[in-house]
Design a protein around this ligand. Structure first.
Ligand SMILES: NC(=O)c1ccc[n+]([C@@H]2O[C@H](COP(=O)([O-])OP(=O)(O)OC[C@H]3O[C@@H](n4cnc5c(N)ncnc54)[C@H](O)[C@@H]3O)[C@@H](O)[C@H]2O)c1
Length: 90
């Protein structure tokens, strides 16, 4: 039985190492894996995590955050009022 059927697993640092192993295990249990990493190629070499998972019949996509521009600074977070939260740009 698939433990994670109909679930989405977002795994940071999942292109390599521990994150890669976690994403592959979650996908093997039926989760759709979101590979959140700044690079797609694994440090250890070989196919990407997305290629490994989809090649095994699983579901996965890469999400590459590239910039912190627009994220609130630590001085302005958490917002002090609903008004400031609404104006926060991500
Ligand atoms: N507590 C423990 O016993 C233990 C043991 C081993 C590793 N760790 C820690 O676990 C983490 C992963 O270790 P690993 O060996 O798998 O490392 P790794 O270098 O093999 O993989 C790290 C992955 O994170 C990605 N990454 C780096 N910065 C990122 C960012 N800002 N956003 C998204 N992805 C980013 C890299 O591109 C890489 O794919 C490290 O922080 C390591 O120190 C802890």
């Amino acid at each position: 039985m698939s433990l994670l059927k109909d679930k989405v697993a977002i795994v940071t640092g999942a292109s390599s190492g521990i994150g890669r192993a976690i994403a592959r295990r979650y996908a093997a249990e039926g989760a759709a894996a979101v590979i959140a990493d700044i690079v797609e190629s694994p440090i250890e070499g070989g196919p990407s995590t997305v290629e490994l998972i989809t090649g095994s019949g699983g579901s996965a996509l890469i999400c590459r955050p590239t910039s912190r521009i627009g994220a609130p600074s630590t001085r302005s977070w958490p917002p002090r009022s609903a008004g400031s939260a609404a104006s926060t740009s991500w």
